[in-house]
Ligand binder design. Structure first.
Ligand SMILES: [Zn+2]
Length: 259
């Protein structure tokens, strides 16, 4: 029993001199630095976090976001596995692709259940994570459940931390807006998150299958600000189901005609 902890601690002892011998050239390993400014300068004697410390912090934040995201269920939802040739989805596909390359402003995808909007939203998330963005992908009702579960007098710090992570993610992807249950607490939290993203013009993707009038008007008005969001993309893949059989399944119909 005692062998394992000993091995672990000696391993840790063996690695720490190595890491401290490769001290950060900017801060000498302290994690902070001072600017070379004269006395009287507002930055004089102030400590600034070093890039090495920031990188560490970013990694921790990214890990926490991944934990909330629960993207594991959506790992196969990538651009490669999306079929852009299904009628009605092409425009949304191209916009999503562009957004994943350069996330700026808000991308809003409306469409019925099964139209592919969640697939596109997850594809954006997976792509951006690969490119080292701190991404939070969340199905809105799950996100609110998660926040509620960490909310409480005993876990105030954890809750504050989570809320901060969500608000400040490089890219926040909210799937299925409008399906959340509408306790006033949840409504308020969701509004606070979205309002923060709005006030600071932070990259945000929102999908919904609701009609505009079914969305909290405070949220919808922010989604409709042209400065952040040029257009609402409506995926009309329902057209696909309305197509005549011959167009939906051209090969099968041709075979039928041959018989
Ligand atoms: Zn450093």
């Amino acid at each position: 029993m005692s062998a394992a902890p000993t091995a672990t601690s000696s391993a840790a002892a063996a690695t720490s001199p190595t890491s401290s011998s490769a001290l950060c050239p900017h801060c000498g390993g302290s994690g902070f630095y001072k600017k070379a400014v004269p006395f009287g300068h507002p930055d004089f004697a102030r400590l600034f976090p070093c890039t090495c410390k920031l990188a560490e912090q970013e990694q921790r934040e990214a890990a926490r976001l991944l934990e909330i995201s629960n993207l594991a269920a959506f790992l196969d939802k990538t651009f490669e596995t999306f079929n852009p040739n299904v009628p009605g989805v092409r425009r949304a596909y191209l916009r999503a692709l562009e957004y994943a390359r350069q996330p700026r402003g808000w991308l809003i995808l409306f469409g019925n259940y099964g139209c592919g909007k969640t697939h596109l939203a997850a594809a954006i998330a997976n792509q951006l994570i690969q490119n080292h963005y701190r991404v939070l992908f969340a199905v809105v009702p799950d996100l609110l459940d998660h926040l509620r579960s960490t909310f409480g007098p005993s876990s105030e710090i954890e809750y504050d931390q989570r809320f901060e992570d969500i608000r400040e993610a490089d890219v926040l992807i909210l799937d299925d807006l409008g399906t959340e249950n509408t306790t006033s607490w949840a409504r308020e939290k969701l509004f606070q998150i979205i309002n923060h993203r709005y006030n600071f013009a932070l990259p945000t993707v929102i999908t919904s299958n609701r009609k505009p009038e079914e969305i909290d008007p405070r949220i919808f008005s922010r989604m409709s600000d042209r400065a952040l969001c040029e257009e609402h993309i409506i995926i009309d893949a329902a057209d696909y189901r309305r197509l005549p059989i011959a167009q939906r399944y051209p090969i099968a119909s041709a075979q039928r005609r041959l018989k």
